[in-house]
Design a protein around this ligand. Sequence first.
Ligand SMILES: Cc1cc2nc3c(=O)[nH]c(=O)nc-3n(C[C@H](O)[C@H](O)[C@H](O)COP(=O)(O)OP(=O)(O)OC[C@H]3O[C@@H](n4cnc5c(N)ncnc54)[C@H](O)[C@@H]3O)c2cc1C
Length: 593
Amino acid sequence: MQFHKYDVVIVGAGGAGMRAAIESGQRTRTAVLTKLYPTRSHTGAAQGGMCAALANVEEDNWEWHTYDTIKGGDYLVDQDAAEVMAKEAVDAVLDLEKMGLPFNRTPDGKIDQRRFGGHTRNHGEAAVRRACYAADRTGHMILQTLYQNCIKHGVEFFNEFYVLDVVMTETEDGPVCTGAIAYELATGELHVFQAKAVVFATGGFGKVFKTTSNAHTLTGDGMAIVFRKGLPLEDMEFYQFHPTGLAGLGILLTEGARAEGGILRNDSGERFMERYAPTMKDLAARDVVSRAMSTEVREGRGAGPHKDYVLLDLTHLGADVLEAKLPDITEFSRTYLGIDPVDEPVPVYPTAHYAMGGIPTNITGEVLRDSEHVVPGLYAAGECACVSVHGANRLGTNSLLDINVFGRRAGIAAAEYVAGREYVEMPENPAAAVADMVERLHAADGRERVANIRTELQVTMDTNASVYRTEETLKQALHDVQALKERYARVSIQDAGLRFNTDLLEAIELGFLLELAEVLVVGAINRKESRGGHAREDYTSRDDVNFLRHTMAYRQPTDQSAETAVLDGLTAEIRLDYKPVVLTRYQPMERKY
Ligand SMILES: Cc1cc2nc3c(=O)[nH]c(=O)nc-3n(C[C@H](O)[C@H](O)[C@H](O)COP(=O)(O)OP(=O)(O)OC[C@H]3O[C@@H](n4cnc5c(N)ncnc54)[C@H](O)[C@@H]3O)c2cc1C
């Protein structure tokens, strides 16, 4: 076991983690622990853009951006946080430009901007050009730029280090974060990192679903680790399904395709979004478009031999536009479906894409331990966190923005917190729980296989907790997840070695996924309304009287009576509580696009 000491430890080297590291690394001794090589993080897969009201090509301002974000999130957004994000967006883009990011340009040399779903001029009048972009490789450019700047500032990276636990020390004033425990992939060794502050930036958990745009590594580790410590997760029932995944595969085709003029059509060639969203049409918010696509298919207007997808028509854009503005997705379609978007419309269907919920934080990135108190020394930012700027549904391009704005804030806050502060002692033998877990898995001789359980989990989540949900489907999902959790207790691994034992780590990641799937489903059963990405067929309207509030889900220790809010007949070891939504200037209204 090796021991390290840093002022600030950042877990995750995606956009959020590295943006935090640039700030913290310039101020204090900082280490970044990451299970992937930094530039392999999922931020690098982001395509379409990052929004900011620069007003480079059209009139725009941060207030309109704030309004769109709040409306897009179906009024579950904390409005103070949305204001911060929209205001700081402009500097966030300019900072990246100064760091060297090659944005696409207007003819007169300004950063070019394009339309994106739900981004409008003057409170919903028409689409506005707000998304800054680098072709359809915006995330790739962000990740490379941030990594180069981390290197420049001497940030220390521990690559292929899997953080498996966070260390907390109990004090008179409650728990304080004092470090993290990591497993080194190359050697199988455990490392104890003592720290004055830890920032979680571990990304999303899309792998609970089968059809997803997310990379294999997005297993929600940070969220699950924090949850297992008894800390809450916020609004986990809100999961975004992006309208345009390649049909049957889930690989993403950016909304930028519709922003550049792409049109969704059903089997008879009808531009069906005109019926669902007369003003914004194909550029309505994602939840609206995904439901419309799903409805077209359910009502028999889908395309293809099984009528199970719709078509994204880009043929009228011409080869030049596709090459210049959408080169990667054009290539994806050719490679994975054998369809050239220049000549033929592309089969698409909604794909699991983004977690609106996560580790609750305030606007400085401090993690909450309940609706009021923070955990000193513990921070979170990016997709694993919930500030909440995305509420019930995130607008496209608001996540690359979120990771930059709140990654920066968390990095500064953590560095300022540690300044002049002493190390708090860690509890005795802080790596014991992780060592036990690893040892148990090595010794396990059960007959259950990780891959089987994971596949069954993903199938039930796709079938029962997707774009449309009912009490019945959700209870089925819960039943299945709980049965899988039981089977997981009997899982064993094949690789007995210490070096590069991905078998072991996949087993641990599966444990995280099962935990988070259960939280998602329990929250969804309990939320008897439809709001944003959570569409209940048995409760079709939004219910502001009972549900204009954030869900806070806590792990209920097994030895306490499982007092769950719902679940007639089914017990989950989860306790649900609530947190009010912060409203500043926009009262909830009916949402029309
Ligand atoms: C295909 C695709 C396209 C997208 N396009 C856009 C877009 O155009 N615009 C937009 O705004 N958003 C887009 N998004 C969403 C956006 O890219 C992500 O939400 C965002 O990049 C997440 O950044 P992050 O830093 O929070 O996490 P990530 O970039 O996912 O990074 C997570 C980091 O955590 C590390 N990590 C995880 N677990 C552990 C562990 N246990 N121990 C150590 N390290 C760990 C990983 O190594 C990684 O470095 C897209 C997403 C996808 C999947």
